[in-house]
Design a protein around this ligand. Structure first.
Ligand SMILES: [Zn+2]
Ligand SMILES: [Zn+2]
Length: 362
């Protein structure tokens, strides 16, 4: 049997999204059907709508979600109807060279549901990041469902599915922030603030938030920033050096996706420090023009961070528990709760930097 539900669809490049009736099949082998309870609005959804990811329209948007498993297909183990899950876009395969080396967080062959969700006329939908959760029900690979404590608010827990996990992981996993470290975070949107929260959780004692917007810097302080640098008023590198006895930060996290900012992060590091690039650049951006002697002479490392190098099965339950214990203020990422019809409007608020996350609640 198949289900008819409402979903938010981007039908053509750059056009406003619409709510469509979509058909979601029963789960086949290795798949799970999920009753979506909440799904955050992410920049990546907007990139899909603008044709910035690929041209496989129509897209079923939404990918930062939590919900209840409604049914599982043949051969699925470790997941049952009724389980409260956070969806992820990295269902590891267990077979590829990364998985076999014991590094499943880098799995090179992650998978999604094999059956298609469709529009009423039969057109196959491309689900955003293989999820498609701005819908009352969605079909995913069972491995995309990570059970977590059902004491958590779905609107909060679902955010771990993408941007918030990317930020926390950029600090804790990619950046490997240690107790006593100094950390600078460039760009204080959802991902940057999550990096700040992750740095605090990891024990960083100096956390410097850098942004152009004073209101964002104030919010960053609530997530754990100990210092703020308004880069519209002062030089970011000098500001970070001033907060670190002139040395620079042990870990600089670029959460904007901009060559100029990457260059600042590079020079704001202490010797042997780490730069983490978690902000997503556009294809036209070029690496900053940095003298090789500066790269060599400063030592340390430059590390891109995809999805915060997370392993959902390990990290989602842990972070949900820390949130429930009051040690990780995930609820502060939820700026507003909206319905499916509010997604287009939420894109505009996001573009203007007025929200950390608008979350669709079903
Ligand atoms: Zn793999
Ligand atoms: Zn996302």
């Amino acid at each position: 049997m198949a289900y008819q539900v409402r979903g938010v669809v981007a039908k053509a490049k750059g056009e406003p999204v619409t709510i469509e009736t979509i058909t979601v099949p029963d789960p086949g082998p290795g798949e799970a059907l999920v009753d979506v309870q909440a799904c955050g609005v992410c920049h990546t959804d907007l990139h899909y709508r603008q044709g910035g990811i690929n041209d496989d329209f129509p897209f079923l948007l939404g990918h930062e979600a939590a919900g209840r498993v409604a049914a599982v297909g043949e051969g699925v183990t470790g997941l049952s109807p009724g389980d409260f899950v956070v969806l992820n876009w990295r269902a590891v395969c267990g077979q590829c060279r990364a998985c076999r080396k014991g590094k499943p967080q880098y799995c090179f062959a992650t998978h999604n549901a094999t059956q298609k969700m469709r529009l009423a006329d039969g057109t196959a939908l491309s689900p955003a990041l293989g999820i498609g959760a701005f819908a009352e029900k969605t079909l995913v690979a069972a491995g995309q469902c990570t059970p977590v404590s059902d004491m958590a608010d779905p609107a909060v827990a679902g955010l771990l599915g993408c941007g918030v996990m990317a930020g926390i992981g950029a600090a804790m996993l990619t950046g490997n922030v240690q107790p006593g470290d100094s950390v600078a975070v460039f760009g204080c949107g959802g991902v940057g603030d999550a990096a700040i929260a992750g740095a605090r959780l990891a024990g960083a004692t100096t956390i410097i938030a850098v942004d152009l917007d004073e209101a964002k810097l104030e919010l960053a302080a609530k997530f754990g920033a100990t210092h703020t640098v308004n880069a519209s008023k002062e030089d970011a590198v000098a500001g970070i050096q001033a907060a670190t006895a002139g040395f620079g930060a042990d870990v600089c996290i670029e959460a904007v996706g901009n060559p100029k900012v990457l260059e600042q992060a590079f020079f704001a590091r202490d010797l042997a420090g780490t730069v983490v690039q978690v902000g997503v650049p556009t294809p036209d951006m070029r690496f900053p023009d940095i003298a090789m002697i500066d790269f060599f002479g400063r030592g340390g490392s430059l590390k891109p961070s995809w999805y915060g190098d997370c392993l959902p099965s390990r990290d989602f339950p842990l972070l949900v528990d820390l949130y429930l214990q009051g040690r990780l203020p995930l609820e502060q990422f939820v700026s507003e709760r909206i319905g499916l019809e509010g997604v287009e409007d939420a894109f505009h608020k996001m573009e203007k930097g007025q929200v950390l996350r608008s979350v669709v609640v079903l």
